[in-house]
Write a protein that binds this ligand. Structure first.
Ligand code: RIB
Ligand code: CA
Length: 313
């Protein structure tokens, strides 16, 4: 089977970094057409820089990285340095990127790429706030029907919020963009906190990264050493949740994951629950199902895949 063509839309972020590494280590399954940076965990200038740092860490400096929106569609930017550190990639000491960012705006790259490919052949993989995707859909509605699938990290139901009591960070930062995406009619696979909180980098798992004895393995272990503080303190969890790599692992081995095709809508009015993903998990409404909402993962299988693929870089 030919590799799936994807655009990774991202706000690196240590977990975004691991998701990008996994994608770049898997060319048989994933053809990364481009990486589009968006403001999220840290401001755009840093997410753009971090995306390029990760591409060079992977030994893939020819990867095309584009800069997108530097603020949400209708709200002030909220960032997450308290989780990811001031640079957004705290943990390892990595060299500044040599590769340049592309001249084209990320939103125009998304639009042009979808227009240039046959319908149903390009998958969008948002790992941060949905600002670039929502803006592209609003600017060029003709591209919506051309998208093969959106596989995103965001939202929560049973796990509820990680940035407010009700909302997960990616959706909270740009609920307007998320609303556009979830109402677009594009087939969506959602990796919410419900599943990503089951993909925890326990000490044995982090040791497996470190024991690769490679630049990539050591960098990932050091990213996790930093990134895990927040979740360990807040949730008492047994390690850092690898949120975003659930997206790229799904593209490679979807059988690792399970969920339900349900209706998911976004709170965009109430400040109390702004950005909440209102997931009809128990199907108590007659709202039309619009998303495969993932609730479970074979965590051991996920980490075996991750270690094997990272060992290739
Ligand atoms: O809530 C977790 C999500 O927000 C992850 O994508 C993390 O990188 C941040 O963007
Ligand atoms: Ca992210």
């Amino acid at each position: 089977m030919s590799a799936r063509k994807i655009i990774i839309d991202t706000d690196p972020g240590q977990d975004d970094a691991v998701a990008i590494l996994l994608a770049l280590a898997s060319p048989e399954e994933i053809d990364v057409l481009g990486i589009t940076a968006v403001a999220g965990n840290v401001p755009l200038a840093l997410t753009s820089k971090n995306a390029r740092i990760v591409c060079e860490l992977a030994g893939k400096p020819d990867t095309k990285v584009f800069e997108g929106c530097d603020r949400p569609m209708g709200r002030e930017l909220v960032t997450a340095e308290h989780v990811h550190g001031k640079t957004g990639l705290n943990g390892p000491v990595l060299p500044d990127p040599v590769m340049e960012v592309e001249d084209q705006h990320a939103v125009d790259f998304i639009i042009d790429t979808l227009r240039a490919h046959d319908a149903g052949t390009v998958t969008l993989c948002p790992l941060g706030p949905l600002t670039n995707i929502g803006t592209a859909f609003e600017k060029a509605p003709d591209i919506i029907e051309k998208v093969q699938e959106i596989v995103l990290m965001g939202g929560a139901y049973f796990e509820v919020g990680n940035i407010t009591p009700a909302a997960e960070f990616n959706i909270y930062v740009d609920p307007q963009a998320a609303d556009i995406v979830f109402k677009s009619g594009v087939p969506i696979v959602v990796m919410p906190l419900d599943v990503t909180h089951k993909a925890l980098v326990t000490k044995p798992r982090n040791d497996a990264f470190r024991n690769l004895g490679t630049k990539v393995g050591t960098a990932v272990a050091e990213m996790t050493d930093f990134f895990e503080r927040f979740d360990k303190e807040k949730y008492g969890s047994d390690g850092a949740p690898l949120h975003d790599p659930c997206v790229t692992a799904y593209l490679i081995q979807p059988e690792l994951f399970s969920g339900r095709h349900i209706n998911v809508e976004i709170e965009t009015q109430s400040e109390l629950t702004m950005g909440m993903t209102v997931a009809d998990w128990w199907r108590v409404t007659d709202r039309t199902p619009n998303a495969m909402f993932i609730g479970d993962v074979d965590a051991d299988g996920f980490f075996s895949l991750l270690v094997e693929r990272l060992s290739r870089l």
